[in-house]
Design a protein around this ligand. Sequence first.
Ligand code: 5RP
Length: 218
Amino acid sequence: MNQNEMKKAVAEAALDYVEAGTIIGVGTGSTANLFIDALADIKHKIDGTVASSVASAKRLESHGIEVFELNMVNEISVYIDGADETTKYLQLIKGGGGALTREKIVAAASRKFVCIADESKLVDILGAFPLPIEVIPMARSYVARELVKLGGEPVLREGFTTDNGNVILDIHGLQIMEPTKLEAQLNNIAGVVTNGLFAIRPADVLLLGTSEGVKTLA
Ligand code: 5RP
C-alpha cells in the first residue's frame, strides 16, 4: 500500500465512527478530504457537518453535504481529522494546512475525536514537523522573539493568511518532551491565537494506516 492508499483506508475506516442522525465535525487536509469523499456515500444517514476550514466546507458542499456554523449546533458526535505527527499516546501536531484554530475548536466541541493518519505520521517525540502557531498579525515579531526564548526557530509561513485573517509562525528545531506543558505555555504568549499541539485534549482514537492494514489505537 502506498501513502495515499493508507490515507484512503483510514478515511474509509472512519465511517464506522459516524453515528446516524448526528452532526459530524470534519477536519482539513488531504486525509480529511478522502474522508469527505467517503462520507458522501452515507450522507443521507447524518444530519449535517461542521467544517474546520473554508476549504473543507466547500468540498462538503460540493458533495451535497450540509455544513452548519458551529454556533447553530448543540452537539457534535465525532470529529474526524488528520495530523502532521502523532505519538502512541495520541498527542498530535496539527496545522500543516493552517487550519489549526478551527480544528482545535471543533475538536473541543465534539464528544469524540478520531484521528486518521498514515504510518509516516507516527513518531516517538513530537517536533520534527515544525510546530504551527497562529498569531495576530501585529504580534508577529514579539511572538517570534518569545518563541526563540523557548528554544525554537520560528519561520513565518510566507504568503499565507488563515481563515481567521491571521499569520502562521512554524517553529523549527523543537524536541517536545512535555507536550501538555508546552501547549499551555504557548497559549499564554500574548498575540498567540492557537498552537498546533493537541496534547491537553488529544485524540480519543487513532486509525493508523499501515502496510498491514488499518490499526486502531485508543
Ligand atoms: C491541517 C491539518 C491536517 O490535518 C494535517 O496537516 C495533515 O494533513 P494531511 O492529511 O494532508 O497529511 O492539521 O491544518
